[in-house]
Design a protein around this ligand. Structure first.
Ligand code: KG4
Ligand code: ZN
Length: 338
């Protein structure tokens, strides 16, 4: 069995996965959404302190599996430095105590493997990864061969949902709140710009749209600065539509030239059914099969870290204890699949 730890942002999670059968025999996650909600975003220092309490609490429940463990896997890149360190310190301690190897896991690769929890992996595959930190299209030829085809030049999809929600005072994280409000809204009421619409660039950009939303919100406020419920719904729907059109427009360009038949959406924002519906249509048109992550594994979790680690374990890809460190350089944050 492998014990896997995730603490790259605001979710503390530990899982136990059987190496041979891929069976997930234990999985627990403690989210910190409520604690960060009042700040409208994740406060790294607070997140790290909460991990320091939550991770040992979860670990306590996994003690019975310790004699069966063959490796400890932990997310070590990319993410928030101070929160990654919490998971890494626990992983190193366990590795030294139990005398078993460590596997440092790339968070984005773990998101890709969230597709294959308790399942066999499918490759080759085109993946749209939309999370709080990243927005990219990745060609996954094999476990060893992954290539980023498109990435964001500024904000990520999840971040743009979070910021839009924050500007309307709706709380954190904003993704599910905006999606739910948008259901009752008029998506055609506000003509928000679809980013890079007339650009040949195969890349994503969300900061211009975020600014356009900011201006619309300011316009809609009454003399007391209050935004009506109808305005909130219509802004949410119009914003979500612009994001969907942007993602689809750029994905289409890749679909036109890439013949890989299987396509998947992963990451926290892949929980969005409105975006998923858009992709279902596009994939029908381009004769691609769409794969989705089970809702419970869309956002950050340790089950996906464990699933990735099984593949690494079988290939003997271990990380020496003295080399396991966090990686938070700008290039890594941009999602280099190193
Ligand atoms: O993958 P994830 O849990 O963390 C990162 O690796 O960043 O993604 C979290 C992000 C948040 O920004 C959250 O607002 C977004 O995923 N999200 C959504 C939805 N559910 C979560 N965005 C749009 N629609 C949703 N339904
Ligand atoms: Zn993530």
């Amino acid at each position: 069995m492998i014990l896997s730890i995730e603490s790259s942002c605001d979710d503390s999670s530990i899982a136990i996965t059987k190496i041979e059968t891929r069976e997930l025999i234990y999985h627990k996650k403690i989210s910190q959404e409520e604690e960060h909600s009042i700040y409208g975003g994740v406060v790294p220092e607070l997140a790290s302190r909460l991990h320091a309490v939550a991770l040992p609490k979860i670990l306590e429940e996994t003690k019975e599996y310790f004699p069966h463990l063959k490796a400890i896997a932990v997310t070590n890149r990319p993410g928030l430095g101070v929160t990654l360190l919490e998971g890494i310190t626990m992983a190193k301690t366990l590795s030294a105590l139990l005398d078993i190897p460590l596997i440092g896991v790339h968070h984005l690769k773990a998101h890709i493997y969230s597709l294959f929890i308790e399942k066999e992996a499918i490759t080759p595959l085109l993946v749209l990864l939309i999370s709080g930190g990243h927005t990219q299209i990745i060609r996954v030829k094999s476990f060893e061969n992954m290539e980023i085809l498109a990435t964001t030049i500024d904000d990520s999809v999840g971040e743009s949902f979070d910021k839009t929600a924050k500007m309307m005072g709706l709380g954190y994280p904003g993704g599910a709140i905006i999606e739910s409000l948008a259901k009752g809204g008029d998506e055609m009421r506000f003509n928000l710009p679809v980013p890079l619409r007339n650009s040949p660039l195969i890349a994503f950009s969300l900061s211009g749209l975020k600014n356009a939303v900011r201006l619309k919100i300011a316009e809609c406020r009454d003399d007391l600065g209050v935004l009506s419920e109808e305005d909130k719904r219509d802004i949410s729907a119009s914003f979500q539509r612009a994001v969907k059109l942007h993602l689809l427009q750029k994905s289409k360009k890749i679909f036109e030239r890439d013949t890989i038949r299987d396509f998947a959406i992963v990451g926290g924002a892949s929980a969005n059914l409105y975006i998923q519906d858009g992709y279902r249509e596009l994939c029908n048109k381009y004769n691609k099969r769409v794969h989705r992550v089970e809702l419970k594994y869309c956002s950050d979790n340790s089950a996906m870290v464990g699933r990735y680690a099984i593949e690494a374990y079988k290939r003997g890809e271990f990380t020496p204890i003295e080399e396991l460190d966090i990686v938070v350089t700008k290039r890594q944050q941009n999602g280099d699949l190193l």
